[in-house]
Design a protein around this ligand. Structure first.
Ligand SMILES: CC(C)(COP(=O)(O)OP(=O)(O)OC[C@H]1O[C@@H](n2cnc3c(N)ncnc32)[C@H](O)[C@@H]1OP(=O)(O)O)[C@@H](O)C(=O)NCCC(=O)NCCS
Length: 191
């Protein structure tokens, strides 16, 4: 019989962001309407930088996205959260993802324009670090961003990531420069 005490703890579905008036909550299928609304309200900046935002969102496409997010969570492949402000629990203020790739946790994020400039995403990235420390296979966390996306690079820097490499890649988003940054932060001590 499997020893239940040998298993790593389950990934929490709610992560507090202390002092931010907000929390991270696991994305679920029922989030599709507020998700589409949040994407529509922040369309220009998301379209500029996010690969999935090439076309305006639809309920069908975002439902598929959320079903896929559900499956990936259950399979332990990726953990996706919405950012929820305490004062607006029915709305979605942003989204963060932790994708598990072998020994790396790959983090992605976006935030509604009205909530930028308060440190919310930096706090969210740091909260995901707490999750990764509970995952024995994870050695480090990475953040990829376009070299021209200074707001995104600033999140990585503020959260304690180090710029590991800048590499050429044909731009895949409208504001892309063709130069990508990879930021890394060690999670487990190097053996
Ligand atoms: C990238 C993005 C999430 C950054 O949002 P943001 O609000 O700048 O990031 P944070 O939530 O970490 O907040 C940092 C800002 O809050 C300020 N701040 C205020 N209080 C803070 C605190 N307690 N801790 C940290 N920062 C704080 C910082 O000074 C910074 O503002 P500044 O850039 O004017 O100096 C946002 O610009 C976005 O969604 N862009 C479009 C999508 C995108 O590019 N995603 C990333 C793709 S790789």
């Amino acid at each position: 019989m499997e020893d239940p005490f040998s298993k790593p703890p389950a990934v929490p579905e709610v992560l507090p962001l202390p002092g931010m008036g907000a929390r991270l909550v696991r994305l679920q299928g029922g989030d599709v309407v507020p998700l589409v609304r949040a994407i529509e309200e922040n369309w220009n900046s998301l379209h500029d930088w996010m690969l999935w935002a090439a076309e305006p969102p639809t309920l069908i496409e975002r439902t598929a996205d959320l079903l896929s997010a559900h499956d990936r969570w259950e399979r332990g492949e990726a953990y996706e959260y919405k950012i929820v402000m305490d004062e607006e629990p029915a709305r979605i203020a942003g989204r963060v993802a932790l994708r598990i790739k072998d020994r790396e946790g790959d983090i992605g994020y976006w935030l509604a324009e009205e909530h930028r400039g308060k440190g919310l995403v930096t706090a969210a990235v740091m909260a995901l670090e707490q999750v990764m420390t509970q995952m024995p296979q994870i050695e480090s966390a990475v953040i990829f961003c376009d070299a021209a996306n200074t707001d995104s690079a600033a999140v990585a820097r503020r959260a304690g990531y180090e710029l590991e490499e800048i590499f050429e890649e044909p731009p895949k988003v409208p504001a892309g420069s063709g130069r990508m940054m990879r930021w890394r932060r060690q999670i487990a001590p190097r053996s």
